[in-house]
Ligand binder design. Sequence first.
Ligand code: IVH
Length: 700
Amino acid sequence: MSKASSPPPAEAAARLRAEIEQHNVRYYVHDEPSITDAEYDALMRELQALEDEHPELVTPDSPTQRVGAAPLAEFGSVRHAVPMLSLGNAFAEDDVTDFDKRVSDTLRGAGLLGPAEAPRYFCELKLDGLAISLRYEDGVLVQAATRGDGQTGEDVTANIRTIKAIPLKLKGDVPRVLEVRGEVLMNRAEFEKLNTRQAARGEKVFVNPRNAAAGSLRQLDPRITAQRPLRFFAYSWGEVQGLARTTSDRFDEPVPGAAREVSTLPHDTHGEMLDWLASLGLPVNVRYNHKAEGAAGLMAFYERIGALRADLPYDIDGVVYKVDSLPAQRVLGFVSRAPRWALAHKFPAEEATTELLDIEVQVGRTGAITPVARLKPVFVGGVTVTNATLHNEDEIRRKDVRIGDTVVVRRAGDVIPEVVGPVLEKRPEGAALFVMPKACPVCGSAIEKLEDEAIARCTGGLFCGAQRKQTLLHAAGRKALDIEGLGEKVVDQLVDNGWVKSLADLYGLNAIKLATLDRMGQKSAENLVAAIQAARKPALGRLLFALGIRHVGETTARDIARHFGDIQRIMDADEEALLAVPDVGPVVAGSIHRFFAEPHNREIIAALAEKGVHPEAEAAPEGTELAGKTFVLTGTMPTWTREEATRHIQAAGGKVSGSVSKKTAYVVAGDDAGSKLTKAQELGVAILDEDGLKALLGMA
Ligand code: IVH
């Protein structure tokens, strides 16, 4: 646009500000950015240039003024006009039914609830950040304070102004005074990025998003806070003034400590109040906020949110139930610091602190050495944890974890427990650094770490008992030779007794010998021998996968088996020949070639053949009717297990996937089929039962 046709600078600045503010809302409130970060930065630069040229146009609520203030020497204190309260906690269903009963009884007594009526609640997420009170006067953000002791908090206005989710100016019909309460938090993904950045600069890394959010807000230099990805959601309010009261006169009587004491409110339910806050431009968590009735409604919300907790972009530590009606809240009142009309229903904590007693190392199938933390038992994520992974040596250095430290342990969902980091304030004198052993604790071979790898490895290969055990367990797995009854306890004894040195030795075991093992009866010994003998003719791909070659997963093994057709050709293939297999790249090709270049690995194949183990060639998928078709299995089939069905489908050239999409050719549904069946019906995907599948495979 040429200068001549540009709007007057004041107008251009106002337009840019409105546009930037709109993008802030899209990004931080609705999580739906419509422009790239670069485009956003360009808008900011344009506004900055305009304001530099016309300093008289700068307004305090301009997005360029979010980071303005110089570093503080200390935070001032702020007395909250209306105290910031805390919430009563519930941990079990009984606590929730008790709460609902107390609420019902009180409201019935007050004539606010009919005999057959259940109380109506407003349900929210309990965000795991820190509580903040924002004070707007005539729609302009004038002060922001932390909760502090509930009566007096710290003045963090300059820092809060840097949070783009928080409007510097409200829109619409603004009240004279509005104190908004809510939570400042950090998304997990943004927290991870921040930590990576901090570590790269040699600066402090944070143990969790909550600490990172709190640390960022408690910065004396707002320019640092401005670089931290903080977010905000409003869930309550304090003082509200300057509004025509639209509700009935039930608010008249003041209750000490209650927000209503100094307030006139435009609505008479919590939900409507939040809608009103949203209409003023404040971020409200509309996506998950939900209305429910009675204890059953509350429990249903708790269960639903519990199931999606891990998928949320931020941490929550529970849900919050609030009686929706404000007149009802008033009747219910407060006990000490917490309202009787609200309840926090906590999830099992995903993090806890405990003592790190020692760091030992574990040897995996490929020799990978994993440091494992031995912990003083601690209840976290719903179970008692005594061991947690520390991943690798660099990770221990990066986190600065030392033996003797008090550490934060995290167990979220079904994820393996991990040590998050030390609590530095509690570090005892003489806390010891971890030193990676030079020799494998199991076989004594050298431990080696390649320069471009994070993982140290035992160089013992199958000479190492630990690797041998893991290799056997892997080979016996369902996706490999599928030998039922060959579990950890048995494998430990077979290797420790020296009975099994390689895969081939398995096939020489007899029931009389096996029955002498610990906790092994005659019958189970016979069953195990039968299971081993049944695995004499594995599909070639399964045998290849069973060998546990690095980088060779189940699918790759099958593709290679189909391509070459027999084991000798695979053993003799050079890297170039291996690269001819679709989806096989240099890493896989190199790994297979190196594996079979080792004489002792070739000996394993020879020994297997001697024991009568002969893999069967896999049907080439080309040309068969099912080639490349995707199947999804759901529910329980009358005679086949899922593994069996998978094997037959794959043998016929089909693929098996875990989720239904438009690309799914067939869904095979057994008893108790769930959402996958519904999805198949919605998408019009063909549905088969076991008989239908057998017919399709020509096995009926
Ligand atoms: S309401 C009078 N709602 O939980 C009620 N608090 O344990 C005041 N919190 O300090 C709080 N999510 O930091 C409320 N949806 C939510 C919340 C929430 C998180 C925090 C808040 C408060 C603490 C109380």
